[in-house]
Design a binder for this molecule. Structure first.
Ligand code: ZN
Length: 68
């Protein structure tokens, strides 16, 4: 899922990020800028949402129970 620019941007170029995977402690993100294509791992509370907006949705989307 895409990360709103107000919540966080690519650490390399400042473009929009896409969350591609998540586990109990981290999320894997990819830059949507094709000329950058940076991908890296962040903490679940790395964005301005405090870990309550993106992470549970990504976990749910990937078939995990977010709140066990
Ligand atoms: Zn980038």
């Amino acid at each position: 899922m895409l990360v709103d620019l107000i919540d966080g941007q690519c650490r390399s170029c400042g473009s929009q990020l896409k969350i591609v995977a998540a586990d109990d402690a981290t999320m894997d993100v990819e830059c949507t800028n094709e000329e950058c294509c940076d991908s890296y791992t962040v903490e679940i509370d790395a964005f301005e949402d405090g870990g309550i907006k993106y992470w549970p949705q990504v976990m749910a989307a990937s078939g995990h129970e977010a709140w066990e």
